[in-house]
Design a binder for this molecule. Sequence first.
Ligand code: GLN
Length: 516
Amino acid sequence: RCLSTSSFDPRNAIHEKNSSINAFVHISDCPPTIEAETSSQSACSKPLQWTTVAVKDNICTSDMPTTCSSAMLENFTSPFDATVVKLLKRAGADIVGKTNCDEFGMGSLNTHSIHGPVINPFQTLRSAASVSWRNREKRTAGGSSGGSAAAVAADMCDIALATDTGGSIRLPASYCGVVGLKPSYGLISRWGVVSYADSLDCVGLMAKSTFQVRRAFDVLETPDPNDPTSVSKRLREATAGVLREFSPLKRRSPFEDSQLRVGVPQEYFAQELSPSIYNSVRTILKALKDLGAQIIPVSLPSTSYALSAYYVLASAEASSNLARYDGIEYGTRIPLPPGSDSRKASKVYSHTRTQCFGDEVRKRLLLGTYALTADAFDNYFLQAQKVRQLVRNDFDRVFRWPNLRTAEGLSSSSLSAEGVDVLIHPSAIRTAPLLPRETASTATKSSMDPLDTYLQDVLTVPASLAGLPALNIPVPTIQDDNVSADSDQDGWPVGVSIVGQWGCDRLVMDLGMVVE
Ligand code: GLN
């Protein structure tokens, strides 16, 4: 018998929907029945009881494989659960399965996966509502956490766990029309999460509402001695204290006397932005203004360098992290062709890595290795680190709040009078791109030019470089059946991002609840 009551097992619906969406790569077995606990004490100790949670396939689970959508880990099952999985289970969550993603988290469209691409479920939902809907093409769910976003959008789970290195939660959340939180770096444990780029990787959450995201965040936001980058209890308490005291949203009416100051970064409204996105953000800003918030244009001048710096740094860290998959100590081993000298470890190594890593991962590893060579280090890696610092400085300059991770003492005098509480900007430059027609095959390539694909992250990487909390909220779009698939107003989901200073995750979510 299932944890869920025998009359309703969420896995049945997941199996049924998954054939057309491909969000899940593994669906768990039903856990044994747990006696329904009704006391208030059990509600406190199991805050996620009966909540179905999907887990991205780069987060370790001891009872299901963790493939990272790569042939390299096709047969890998971890001997232990990641801390986040352990915490969810302890809170009573029902872990329903593992979700599809780009290989090792590298990609923006969930097309680099040995399991095949994820199909954005919005079309299916839309078609059901409107038979005359003309746009029949399949669209991407975004990446790298496309499976998690699609699973939430298609009601296959209540909450999904995902990772975000440069936008992998916010971009698919925006394309699929769900809420997605990339928390402040260091607040949620990364122990048991397969590393892509350690200095940027964050575990975060997706759900249909900010309220649901917040429920899981409250369970996961705790120090972990196994993760050296997990911030201390002392800093967490100090941060919570400052927020309690100074948050403009703690008052009865957050907008009274225009206490809430919302910054709009000019550089995020570039030429590439489609008009439908621009209009959606304006709608949100107008609604906030009508409620009494102050809307303040701000400038983050280093934004245009952030994307190139991100791809240098992320690839450099990936080349170091993924060096362990050598077919000898870690990962699948591909036998050498007959007649080769198998005594040479380097042959096994190169043969295995060439066969098991996909094109995108191999490209990143080459780029990252090059950026770290003596010849290129100063011109690439060091320059990118400098840009990262400039991006951080930009944010620290515009926020009213001090950077709570680096600030010495925290007091009301640390708050600047001119700064803003949060920033609001579009999450993506466009709605979900089309998938190529041959999507039924597992060896799909994106229909987009690789540089165009990288450009999808242009609005999400700055917050990643600075380690800031960022929340994607879906905005209602104009629904019009007479618009074409390539029209700027195509009716597909649009998301806005609310970004806060480091540690202001709860302030960001409080505003998310007002906006949605
Ligand atoms: N698309 C970006 C990349 O490929 C971000 C991916 C992520 O956040 N995991 O690196």
